[in-house]
Each structure stands twice: as C-alpha cells, then as structure tokens.
Design a protein around this ligand. Sequence first.
Ligand code: PDD
Length: 287
Amino acid sequence: MSRTAYVNGAYVRQSEAVVSIEDRGYQFADAVYEVWSVFDGRLADLEGHLNRLERSLSELKIVMPMPRNALLVVLTEVVRRNHIREGMVYLQISRGVAPRDHVFPTNVRPAMVVTARPVDRLAAANKALIGLKAKSMPDIRWGRCDIKTVGLLPNVLAKQAAKEEGAGEVIFVDKDGFVTEGGSTNVYMVGDDGVIRTRDLKANILAGVTRLTLLDMVSDTGLEIREEAFTLEAAKAASEVFITAATSLVMPIVAIDGHLIGDGKPGPVASGLRDSYIGRARRTALV
Ligand code: PDD
C-alpha cells in the first residue's frame, strides 16, 4: 500500500512527495519537528507535543503555519489516510523557501510536512522485555537543545557510533560527568534509595513530553521522582536505568558501556512504568 504524506497544503503519494531544494530546513536545519505516538488510531500526549511545538516555533520566530485545530485535522487525516492504528506521526515545519541567505527571509511562508507510519507493538514489547544496551558519549551538541530542531547531526553521529558497538541508545554526558539525556530520549536512573532521578530542565536538554507525563503519573504511584543531576558513574551503579520518548515510550537500559545495570535484566520500576504509560496513553489519546 502506498503511503500518503501532507506536504505544504496537499495530501500526496509519499514516494512522489517533494520539497524545494531551497527549503531552509534542508539548507540550514532551520526547522522544528514533533513526533507523536499513535494508539488505536489516536494521538498520545496530543496537547503536550502541540505546546512544545508552539514553543519551539516561537523561540525561532517561525509562525505557526495554521491554527491548532487545523493542524489537528491534518495530523489525524494523515493517520487516517495511512490506516494507522498503532504507529507514529512526524511533523516538520521549516521557516520556508527562499534564496540561500543566513538571515531570516522576509515574507516567507513556513513549509510543513506530515508523515505517519505503523509501529509493531508486539516487536516493541518483546524488545522491552530484553532491554537496550547504551553507550555513553560526550555531549557535544549546541546550547539550545530545549528547542526541538531538525539539527540532529551530533545525535545522528552518536547513535551511529552506539549502533556500531551493538548499543541501541546513546547516553550523553556533560563536561562535569553528569548525564544529560539520550540520543533521542530522556534518561532516568533508580538509586538504591528507590528514588527515580532524571536531569532537570535547567540543563541543556529537551523537555520530553513523555517525561512530563511520567512525572505526572509517578505522583500517583507512590514512587518518588526527582529532577536532579546524576553522574554516569551513578547511573552505572544504579539498580535500574531507563529512557523515555514518544518512539520508545518507556524502555529499560540493561547495560552501559558493557557494564551491566543491576542483574542485566529490565527492572520492575521501568517495566511497571512502561505498562502504566501505555495504559494511560490508550485511555487518554485524543481525536
Ligand atoms: N525524540 N531528548 C531528545 C534529544 C529527543 O530527540 C527526544 C525525542 C526526547 C524525548 O521527547 P518526547 O518524550 O517528547 O518524545 C528527548 C524523538 C522521538 C525523535 O527524534 O524521533
């Protein structure tokens, strides 16, 4: 079945979809993006991703190409046209198309692309039963990782290096030895005290929407979570480490740099939170 993409006002066959060679996303990574997970054909954490999208756009002084409700129609239409029940939606908005010049062009309309694809939830669940290995890497990214831009080359290189060593995610570490986040995820550790820790948003990280939901969920479970810096060494000595994102949801990390976390198997906190997150996403996904 051919896939359908939304490209600047039209629903088109994805294999034939094109954007301009002078799109500023292509030339300067002057573009932002969002990823939603789709459960039962509906978008999880809908509002959280829309809020962050608006923030990313406003930080870059790119205008929203359409009002929220119109954007919602496009997102759900792409899901519908691709017959996605379980999957993900990708949205990218660039500053627009203009002759190459670093400074912002005037009178340019933002360019918008939306795609969707299915996700094999059974395969993902089996992956979560085994957990992922991670590789630590120095965090060499720019100073505005709070903006979700498509400028992901350091993440790409780090994730490729991890893959070449048989690891499924990167753990970025700042110059003081503290974990910032993953290559495309937020990172958490569970200490001997049972407390979950994840880096605070004053650090140079992305405010994950899954992270925000998790912080909210954990308050109902009796578990304690703190937004607090922790070192790579502390993570290696933790009883559990896990990551979150709209793509991986909640995924246990069972080894870092070849060092086993706990007994090298997914722990109860990560596995329990994964089930709770998915349950909540199914109940609350919208549209
Ligand atoms: N990545 N940190 C980074 C660097 C990310 O790229 C992501 C998401 C996250 C988690 O954010 P959220 O929970 O809102 O998905 C944290 C997306 C999924 C991606 O690049 O594919």
